[in-house]
Design a protein around this ligand. Structure first.
Ligand SMILES: *[C@@H]1O[C@H](CO)[C@@H](O)[C@H](O)[C@H]1NC(C)=O
Ligand SMILES: *[C@@H]1O[C@H](CO)[C@@H](O)[C@H](O)[C@H]1NC(C)=O
Ligand SMILES: *[C@@H]1O[C@H](CO)[C@@H](O)[C@H](O)[C@H]1NC(C)=O
Ligand SMILES: *[C@@H]1O[C@H](CO)[C@@H](O)[C@H](O)[C@H]1NC(C)=O
Length: 354
């Protein structure tokens, strides 16, 4: 059988796309850095995977930040996988960093989410590291100017959001600031989505308080500004992913801008995730578009969300199988003060997509 011209074209296209025209989220490969790498000398920076030249320079001049950034890369992977575990596209391909498949190499909705999450995660992790005293270059965030209300006082150590945003965006936006890296449209889109991630991070700064006073009376509360957990920020971003806007790169006056593709003429909102390329439905395996398909994925017969067998299996049906779960049971309370339990085995029916 002779391969069709489309086959060659698709192969060629995926070749250009896969040779990494956009380096934006390749730094997530830092998650694979061996913990034995001490990272206390500037020449170690060259050994790190997935960095562009300007990121290697940032590494050399901010060595003390690198362990935190490596941790951020691990957080991105963990959080993305968890947030999308109930979806057809379950973020498993992020583990392939820095050599992604087309689901993340093209300007898709999925890549929009990963860019936003990565930008949020790096700033989140740095801001938190300031609080725990892990970084020499920063400490607690500023004490807010406003008074916290009666019964409350400022204290504790605020997350240093400002420092996190400055250092985080310097590092994670660096690939998009390079002259020769992918199309202008892609770079604009990635920068936009990264900024959306940081906006959600900023909005997550909230007042956190601890109680003081005689035996838990909570007559005085000490409060500080703390960031929400990354998994909550990721849930916000997942909602933005679900309502993301398709855009086109269109000339307006002397410059080109990303504008929504549908007829409603309006600029792109600062709060919405945007994408240039439509994604497949991820039902069937198709490597040309980076789809793993959902065959053999577990589904939930009683759910009516995205993990329901109907949606997950795309109407193909599902096969039941028996699974054993071990649980704590027959727990007894002993005076004083501990609990002992037995282990019980239970069989549950589970389902996988046909
Ligand atoms: C870097 O760390 C390694 C291992 O912890 C240590 O043996 C080495 O002396 C350190 N080098 C410098 C320049 O601090
Ligand atoms: C995610 O999807 C991939 C591809 O379909 C599958 O191999 C993997 O088991 C899934 N992971 C989870 C946690 O469901
Ligand atoms: C399935 O979905 C239902 C309803 O959303 C939920 O209560 C249950 O825990 C889920 N089961 C599993 C195995 O995830
Ligand atoms: C399932 O869908 C029905 C109606 O569409 C809704 O009322 C119900 O709350 C949903 N249940 C769950 C567990 O999401």
């Amino acid at each position: 059988m002779k391969p069709s011209p489309q086959f060659f074209l698709a192969g060629f296209l995926s070749l250009i796309l896969q040779t990494g025209l956009c380096y934006g989220i390749k730094w997530i490969a830092l998650s694979k850095t061996p913990s034995a790498l001490a990272l206390n000398q500037t020449q170690h920076c060259k050994q790190l995977e997935g960095l562009v030249v300007s990121q290697v320079q940032l590494c050399r001049s901010n060595l003390e930040l690198m362990q935190t950034i490596i941790q951020a890369a691990r957080e991105v992977i963990k959080t993305c996988r968890k947030t999308f575990s109930d979806m057809r596209w379950n973020c498993s391909s992020i583990e392939l960093a820095p050599n992604y498949l087309l689901d993340l190499e093209r300007g898709t909705r999925e890549s929009a989410f990963v860019y936003a999450l990565s930008a949020a995660a790096i700033s989140h992790t740095i801001a938190r590291a300031c609080t725990t005293g892990d970084l020499p270059g920063c400490s607690c965030g500023p004490i807010p100017g406003e008074t916290p209300g009666p019964g409350y006082r400022w204290g504790g150590c605020a997350d240093n959001l400002n420092y996190g945003l400055i250092m985080g965006s310097k590092f994670s936006d660096a690939p998009m600031k390079m002259k020769k890296s992918g199309s202008q449209a892609n770079k604009l889109m990635h920068l936009h989505n990264s900024e959306v991630g940081r906006q959600v991070l900023k909005a997550s700064l909230e007042m956190k308080c601890k109680c003081h006073g005689v035996s838990g009376s909570c007559s005085i509360k000490t409060c500080w500004k703390g960031l929400q957990e990354l998994r909550d920020i990721a849930l916000d971003l997942k909602n933005k992913y679900l309502s993301a806007t398709k855009v086109v790169h269109r000339p307006m006056g002397t410059r080109k801008y990303l504008v929504p593709k549908d007829i409603d003429i309006r600029p792109v909102k600062e709060t919405e995730l945007i994408y240039l390329q439509s994604s497949p439905d991820f039902c069937m395996k198709n490597e040309k578009v980076g789809s793993h398909g959902t065959q053999d994925r577990q589904c939930n017969k009683t759910s009516n969300g995205s993990d329901s067998c109907d949606l997950m299996c795309c109407g193909r049906g599902y096969n039941p199988y028996m699974d054993k779960v071990v649980e704590r049971c027959h727990c007894k309370y002993h005076w004083c003060c501990y609990v002992t339990c037995k282990k019980c085995e239970r069989t549950v029916e589970r389902y996988v997509c046909k």
